[in-house]
Design a protein around this ligand. Structure first.
Ligand code: NAP
Length: 309
């Protein structure tokens, strides 16, 4: 029986691991399908305190892992399929191949990129459709590409892609960007970024090799369509929290984000805590996720001392 199992190995998970390990709770981490979380798909992180010259996302995550392991956190490279709570209040965590028992659970499973839901979308991932400019942008040099979305992510991706692409079309369903003021100014001032307002991609068109060659654009004001030639589509329309495996144990909002008790990381199930992007649709920053990981660790520690058997 583990004292604490931490599900997820992003900023929230590793911070929870550092704190619970230093509290002698010998945490077991279950990595999930994307060890290191979303920062492993970014390049330079400039806003994580303590790194005045910036740090590469993957390097930051490797350092967090090393720090957690230094204090004794153990990591199993497995994906959790389900969690159940037993009558005695303990938890059974199943990864399909294995199951684990724990007195407390910290859910830090983050969120995954949202897609438009077009028919051939899934099969095109990696064939001209992606959600990660920093991963795939360099493959598309001197060709037109597009970014879909109007938030900070879309603007950030578009700006990054101008290093490689000939033109970056920014396709947004409205005529004002949701992104922060500084990002909007930077984006609209960039001559290589061409905004396409009030529009969405309604179809992905492929060449004979099955790679994206164009999108059908639908103007949402008048319903007209046109073809826009692009070699790659970068979808940046937000994220979906990875909370599906917890049905019944937690309450969620209409978008699937886990509801925490006000000002806490506690959920409706005693002993089960949630931290980071799986519960936070508002801030969604590495540092806020790390802060919640710390809070969840302290709450789990307190719960264990109050429920010592
Ligand atoms: P977001 O702020 O939720 O923006 C999502 C964008 O996608 C919105 O413009 C939205 O349009 C559009 N969208 C959503 N569903 C769509 C659909 N089905 N079809 C077409 N468009 C759709 O998400 P985000 O940009 O990933 O940012 C998430 C959070 O991370 C934010 O708090 C952001 O500030 C933060 N962030 C910060 C930075 C930074 O500071 N450097 C970088 C990235 C992200 P509408 O505007 O019409 O709703």
């Amino acid at each position: 029986m583990e004292d604490v199992i931490i599900i997820g190995t992003g900023c929230a998970g590793y911070t929870a691991a550092i704190y619970t390990a230093r509290a002698n709770l010998n945490p077991l981490m279950l990595s999930g399908t994307q060890p290191g979380g979303q920062l492993t798909t970014t390049t330079e992180v400039e806003n994580f305190p303590g790194h005045p010259d910036g740090i590469m996302g993957p390097e930051l995550m490797m350092k967090m892992q090393a720090q957690a392991e230094k204090f004794g956190a153990r990591i199993a490279w497995a994906n959790v399929e389900g969690v159940t709570r037993r009558d005695d209040g303990s938890f059974l965590v199943s990864t399909g191949a294995e199951s684990y028992e724990a007195k407390t659970i910290i859910v830090a499973t983050g969120a995954a990129p949202r897609h438009l839901g077009l028919p051939n979308e899934k099969s095109l991932i990696g064939h001209g459709l992606t959600s990660c400019a920093t991963c795939d942008g360099a493959f598309y040099r001197n060709v037109p590409v597009c970014v879909i979305g109007g938030g900070d992510s879309a603007c950030e991706e578009a700006g990054f892609l101008t290093r490689f692409a000939s033109t970056v079309y920014l396709i947004h369903r409205r005529d004002t960007l949701r992104a922060s003021k500084i990002m909007v100014e930077r984006t609209l001032a960039n001559p290589k970024i061409v905004p396409v307002w009030n529009s969405t991609a309604s179809e992905y068109l492929t060449d004979e090799k099955g790679e994206v060659r164009a999108v059908t654009l639908t103007n949402l004001l008048d319903g007209t369509t046109r073809e826009l030639a692009v070699s790659c589509v970068f979808v940046a329309i937000g994220h979906v929290p990875n909370s599906g495996f917890l049905d019944g144990l937690v309450d969620k909002d209409e978008n699937g984000y886990i509801l925490q008790q006000p000002g806490r990381t506690a959920t409706k199930t005693p002993g089960l805590f949630a931290a980071g992007d799986v519960a936070d649709h508002f801030y969604r920053q590495a540092i806020t996720a790390a802060g919640q990981g710390c809070a969840a660790a302290l709450e789990a520690e307190r719960y264990l001392s109050e429920h010592a058997s």
